[in-house]
Structure formats: C-alpha cells, structure tokens
Design a protein around this ligand. Structure first.
Ligand code: HSE
Length: 434
C-alpha cells in the first residue's frame, strides 16, 4: 500500500521529536499502521539542529503544507491560537486529517474545530495535548468506555511539578528551576501558562469533556497557580502527613461538574503524591473499574512525539473507514453531549487546610473554633506552633472535613475580621483521592 504522507508544521521541541521518532521507528510504525508514514513536507522558520531532515521539502509557510495536495495528514505543532487555528481549519477545509499537540487550541476552539471536522468527515487527533506521552485520552475515551466516570484528578503540568519538586527536595528558588524547565523545553512559550495553572486548565478542560461527555468549556474552569505557595505551607503540610501538588480536579456531582485547578494537599502515602519532577499522572475513577492511575513523562521532545506518532498510526488505520463510525472526538456521540453545568468554585466541595496568624493569648482558638462550628465546618486536625511564635503571633494550622467552598469563604472573612487574627488566612484545598 502507498505510504501515508504527512506534513509537519513546526519543527521545535515536539516537531523535531516527531520527525526523529517517525524516521527512527519507521519500520515498526509501518508494521503497526499497515503502511508507511512518510514526512513529505515540513514548515519551519528555523532548522532544528537535532533533526537530519535530508532531502525532505522545507518551507517557511505553514499554509504551503496545508494546501499541498500530496499531504494526507497535517501535524500542527506551532502552538498558540491564531495561526494554529487558521491552519487547522484550512487543513480540514482541504479534506486533510489533523494531528495536534495544541491543548490551548483544543480547549478554547475545539467545539468549533470538531464541528467542522465532522462536516468534512476528517479526524482531528489530540492525544499529545494532555500529559505528554501518557495515552490518557485513549484510556478514558476507549479503555474506560464502559464506565460512568465519577471523577479524575491529575498532575498535568510537568513544569509546575518540576518546580514544586525541586523547591521541596533541593531548596532551589522558583526562578532558578523555571529557567531550567525552559532550557529543557518543558515550559510553555509564555511560562505564566505553566505557573498560573492555565496550561493545566486547558488539559483538564479536555479530560473533563471526554470523561463526562460535555462540550469543551475552558472559560468556566477555576484556575489557581503555584506562584503564591510558601515553603512554610509546604513544611506544615508535610508535618500533617500531606504533600502539596498542583492538581486538576474534575468531579461529577448531582448539581453540576467541578472543574478546578489549584495547589492541593494530598495524603503523602498516595501513589500520585509521589509523582515528581516533570512526570505527570492522572487518576480516573469509574463506577465499574474503580480508581485507575496513568503515569509518565508529561512533557519533552520524544515523550510528546510518542503521542503524536500514536495518533498518526490511528489516523493511518482509519483513513478508509466510514467517518460516521469512528471514535467520536470527545468520546461521546456529538448529538449526545450533556448540558450538565460547570459549577462555580463557590459551589465546589473539598476539605481545606487553613493557616491563621493569631495573637498568642487565651481564647483565640475558641474564637476560631466558634466561627467554624457556626458554619457547620468540622475540624479534622489542628496544630499550633508555639515554638514559632514571632512578634507575639503564632501560626495556627487546621484541616477541615469536606464542606462547600462558600462556607469556607464566609468563615475566612469572619476569621480575618477578628482582632486577634493578623493578615490573610492561607487556604489550600485538600483531597483524599480515595
Ligand atoms: N508546558 C507543558 C508542561 C508542556 O510543562 O507540562 C506539556 O504540555
């Protein structure tokens, strides 16, 4: 059979990795796909010194690839929303299949892109958009298709996890580790996407859609980053038997779907609490299967290329199949997507770690306990660090049972209004993941 012709747009970290993996593993890939997968053209403005592109046609204009009649599958690896969206829509218009690693594009414009792809009978594959090399989209969309998914929770930003790990284990500074992540090609072009949780929210939006069968709704995701975490809270969490991870959490409840990204205390003995460095992990809980865990490299040249190439193999196999009988883009048939609402963060439920700077004299703890009990907030554990009294202030750290966030907001406002409480109360969400 004739080889499938691929055009790669973008020869940076992921594009370069994709080119090299396709070349190095060409024989194995052809045995799997049933035909060769050949790179017919590359669009890049800068040669990648890690790639020996030989006689492959190179252009500086991505639209040359998209409009090249020889090409069957366009691989979009330029990132961003503007040109990437234009090239993907044009590729679809031209009847080409698309493989992309662009989570921002899918999370923000995926509904429109998939509608157009359906109209034209082409596939848009996006495994590499979430958790780098971990085939978690395939696992949820196909492997767990018999389940009603209850919740999922993941460490889905390698840069953020790398920063948290290095800070905790080696005492390195935030800036120092971020610079290394950029040099290693893990970080987004705009690293605020990593540290402010936007990249994780893009990925969570995609995971939630395929888990619950809802349209992509990135604008409704709650997003909080890691930039404001302090070493003090990391250490108090450890003393309480927890570890702080930056998690994306999506949970189905009767009133709606929770979609939130934030630093989270998780019990230190959970497998996912021990996922370190640039590694990612996603826990998915289904009613039939129970909890499952998917682990691997969440960023980097060849781990991400692994997912891109797997998509290329899938598309190559499906080229001659009936478009109406393919795996739906968002796992559920497009006319069966649910309108179950995304909940605002104030209606989400979790347990909470609170750190209060209190004046060190009698009756303060009683006032704190009263404020919490008046709002039906149950305290699971409490720790007062007498040894750390400074300027007459003592840190009071407590962990609550699960409660709706609105009640914690009210309690924090009341605590901060107390004369014996100084400054802002630190609040970090806690998940048991069991
Ligand atoms: N910046 C992303 C991360 C790259 O650090 O996880 C992979 O999506």
């Amino acid at each position: 059979m004739k080889p499938v012709k691929v055009g790669i747009c973008g020869l940076g970290t992921v594009g370069g990795g994709t080119f090299n993996v396709l070349k190095r593993n060409a024989e194995e890939i052809a045995r799997r796909a049933g035909r060769g997968i050949e790179v017919a053209q590359i669009a890049t403005r800068h040669p990648n010194p890690k790639c020996d592109t030989g006689a492959t046609s190179i252009t500086a204009d991505v639209l040359d690839v998209v409009n090249n009649p020889e090409i069957d599958i366009v691989v979009e690896l330029i990132g961003g929303y503007t040109l990437a969206k234009e090239l993907v829509l044009q590729a679809i218009e031209n009847g080409k299949h698309v493989v992309t690693a662009n989570k921002a594009l899918i999370a923000v414009h995926g509904n429109e892109i998939f509608a157009k792809a359906r109209e034209k009978g082409v596939i848009v594959a996006f495994e590499a958009s979430v958790a780098g090399g971990i085939p978690v989209i395939k696992a949820i969309r196909e492997g767990l298709a018999g389940n009603r998914i209850n919740w999922l929770a993941g460490i889905i930003n390698g840069t953020g996890n790398f920063i948290l790990t290095e800070m905790r284990e080696k005492g390195r500074t935030f800036e120092d580790v971020l610079k290394e992540a950029q040099e290693l090609g893990y970080a987004e072009a705009d690293p605020t996407f990593d540290v402010e949780g936007i990249d994780a929210a893009h990925k969570l939006t995609i995971l939630a859609s395929i888990a619950f069968g809802i349209p992509l709704q990135f604008d409704k995701a709650y997003t909080e980053g890691i930039a404001r975490l302090t070493t003090a809270d990391v250490n108090y969490a450890e003393a309480l038997g927890y570890r702080i991870k930056h998690l994306g959490v999506a949970r189905r409840t009767d009133s709606g779907i929770e979609l939130r990204v934030h630093p989270t205390l998780i019990p230190a003995d959970r497998l996912i609490a021990n996922v370190n460095g640039v590694m990612n992990a996603v826990m998915v809980n289904g009613d039939a299967v129970g909890s499952t865990l998917y682990y691997g490299a969440g960023a980097g040249m060849e781990p991400t290329a692994s997912a891109v190439v797997a998509d290329l193999v899938d598309v190559a196999r499906a080229l001659t199949t009936d478009p109406n009988n393919r795996v739906p883009h968002l796992a559920f048939q497009p006319d069966s997507l649910s309108d179950h609402p995304i909940l605002p963060i104030s209606a989400c439920e979790s347990a909470y770690y609170l750190r209060i700077q209190a004046k060190d004299h009698p009756g303060v703890l009683a006032q704190v306990a009263t404020i919490l009990s008046e709002r039906g907030i149950n305290i699971e554990s409490i720790m007062q660090k007498e040894a750390e009294v400074q300027d007459g202030l003592v840190p009071v750290i407590l962990v609550t049972h699960r409660v709706v966030e609105q009640r914690i907001d009210d309690a924090i406002a009341a605590l901060e209004a107390l004369e014996d409480v100084v400054g802002q109360v630190v609040r970090i969400r806690v998940e048991q993941l069991n």
